[in-house]
Design a protein around this ligand. Structure first.
Ligand SMILES: N[C@@H](CCC(=O)N[C@@H](CS)C(=O)NCC(=O)O)C(=O)O
Length: 240
């Protein structure tokens, strides 16, 4: 297995997308340092962060021991944004939690992209309309609560005859966990999804998951009543 000497820098805030990478790094047991990006205070717009993450979203990483041209490690530093790309990179680098064979990898990728392109954004919109929207918008609430419910159903069915989403425990499971955690804020009841509930409880008991979820927990604040944070986070448009 590749050994990591210098710590990986994790640009992070304790949210469902940030947790994916703190959990992954804890699972891998590699050295890392946390660079907090307080997204409620606008730190995601710092020019130094935008160089790493031009989409002004965390998580991102800088690996000081990047890939070399001959397929090894310990080359020039590399920065990566987008949680799915980071999970795949770490899985490939350390040869863990991401199947090595093409069939297994394709299976993991399907569920990873399902989370990044579906569960995450839809659950995020459900949070928005149910908790943050300044006025009650029944159409928005119903649309996203229903879609998240449908996605939970897909996941529940997938987990009916297997322990994890794609082969053994993998980056696909790690990616989805953080978005199931706030299920109440998405208007979902895990009692309606027994296989999903079993999976969720199994993952929550893993020491690395406990450690990953604890990273920066003391900094986590609800933005429901934080108008300043809402101003930073909502209504963003293209910047000059
Ligand atoms: N597709 C991105 C989504 C990341 C994302 O939405 N991060 C949020 C917090 S959970 C963020 O950094 N928001 C800052 C902002 O909206 O300006 C990923 O998977 O990495």
């Amino acid at each position: 297995m590749t050994t990591q000497t210098l710590p990986i820098e994790l640009y992070y805030w304790p949210t469902p997308n940030g947790w994916k990478i703190s959990i992954m790094l804890e699972e891998l047991g590699v050295p890392y340092t946390v660079k907090y990006v307080n997204i409620g205070k606008g730190e995601q717009f710092e020019p130094s962060f935008l160089k790493i993450a031009p989409n002004n979203r965390m998580p991102a990483i800088v690996d000081p021991e990047g890939p070399t041209a001959d397929g090894g490690w310990g080359g020039e530093p590399i920065s990566i944004f987008e949680s799915g790309a980071i999970l795949q990179y770490l899985g490939r680098k350390f040869g863990k939690l991401y199947a090595a064979d093409e069939r297994g990898r394709a299976e993991v990728d399907q569920w990873l992209f399902w989370q990044v392109g579906g569960l995450g954004p839809m659950a995020g919109q459900a949070h928005h309309f149910r908790q943050y929207a300044p006025e009650t918008n029944t159409y928005g609430i119903d649309r996203y609560t229903n879609e998240v419910n449908r996605l939970y159903g897909v996941m529940n069915k997938r987990l009916a005859d297997r322990e994890f989403l794609a082969g053994g425990y993998s980056i696909a499971d790690i990616a989805s966990l953080g978005w199931i955690k706030p299920h109440k804020n998405q208007g979902q009841d895990l009692e309606d999804f027994h296989h999903l509930k079993r999976w969720y409880e199994t993952l929550l008991a893993r020491p690395a998951v406990i450690a990953g979820l604890a990273v920066g927990e003391e900094r986590r604040r609800s933005i429901v009543d934080d108008k300043d944070a809402q101003k930073v986070l909502f209504g963003q448009r293209a910047r000059a």
